[in-house]
Design a protein around this ligand. Structure first.
Ligand code: PLP
Length: 293
């Protein structure tokens, strides 16, 4: 897979991070995944806001301005010889001189950008994903809040592996109150009685950037929608459903547990997909950050 890295401003085919980097030792880092559309990063401004919120949650310093990070992202993208990229922006707390859980007082954070080629045109899957509810629950907000996008994704990895062992593509995680949260790297949306529903942030989810853009579209087109606490039994009446995330954008859901959904992709899913691509197209043609300046 074609790949380019940028570690603290140095571009290479593959960066070498120290074994004493706290991101490597402990997952002591924050990150964002952005995609390009028509060769330009989409929603970078929103992603950098969330990166700072995640860093603040970890009491971590991000010494670069948004303009600094944007310049490094663009410098790296300029070197890509492929049209569209996955862009991963990682800030680790820094590299230790000796292994210690206690962060040293003189640590300097590391900024790593990794880009790789993605499909030149986004395509809505016609087969969709099969989800299962695993035994494993989503991290408790009071332990490690899923709203912070940290380098510690073990909760998600273990849920994904459990779902795959059950023959599914992905997991739909419950919280400790038995409420539906999200999938391992995406937010859940369902349609019931023609209303688009998604779990609220308070159940313990990452507040997806794609989720925010979808809310914007739902409002704009006056499509009935709500944030609502959902229990597994609510899934029995789902007409159509999909997941949202920055690189794949939207993934229709074919089956949840044993239940095959009546539509996949459903009509509302198709409508939102087109509206999302239109939004991205507008943002790319303006050459500005989506939803931003
Ligand atoms: C746990 C989790 N939830 C939701 C999302 C979707 O967020 P976004 O739309 O910002 O990519 C992601 C994406 O990384 C994720 O890891």
């Amino acid at each position: 897979m074609p790949l380019l890295t940028n570690l603290n401003g140095h571009i290479a085919e593959s960066a070498q991070v120290s074994v004493l980097d706290r991101g490597f030792l402990y997952g002591d880092s924050v990150y964002e995944v952005v995609r390009t559309f028509r060769g330009r990063h989409f929603g970078l401004h929103e992603h950098l806001d969330r990166l700072r919120q995640s860093a603040a949650y970890l009491y971590m310093d991000v010494p670069w301005s948004d303009a600094d990070i944007q310049a490094e992202v663009e410098k790296t993208l300029d070197r890509a010889d492929w049209p569209e990229s996955y862009v991963r922006i990682v800030v680790s707390r820094g590299t230790e001189s000796v292994i210690s859980l206690q962060p040293s007082s003189d640590l300097k954070p590391n900024l790593l950008i990794v880009i790789s080629a993605i499909s030149p045109e986004p395509v809505l899957s016609e087969t969709g994903h099969h989800l299962v509810i695993p035994k494993r629950i989503r991290n408790n907000k009071l332990a490690l809040d899923p709203a912070a996008k940290t380098g510690n994704y073990l909760n998600n990895i273990l849920a994904l592996l459990e779902a795959q062992q059950l023959g599914a593509d992905d997991a739909l995680l419950l919280n400790d109150r038995g409420e539906i949260t999200e999938a391992t790297t995406s937010n859940l949306w369902i349609v019931r009685g023609g209303v688009v529903q998604t779990p609220p942030v308070e159940v313990g989810i990452l507040q997806g950037i794609t989720r925010t853009f979808l809310f914007q579209i739902l409002r704009q087109h006056q499509i009935p929608h709500e944030e609502i606490i959902l229990k597994p039994s609510d899934l029995d009446s789902v007409e159509e459903a999909f997941l949202s995330s920055s690189v794949r954008l939207m993934m229709p859901i074919r089956q949840i547990g044993e239940r095959v959904l009546p539509q996949c992709p459903g009509l509302i899913t198709r409508f939102l997909w087109k509206a999302l691509l239109d939004l991205m197209e507008q943002s790319a043609s303006k050459g500005t950050l989506a939803g931003g300046d």
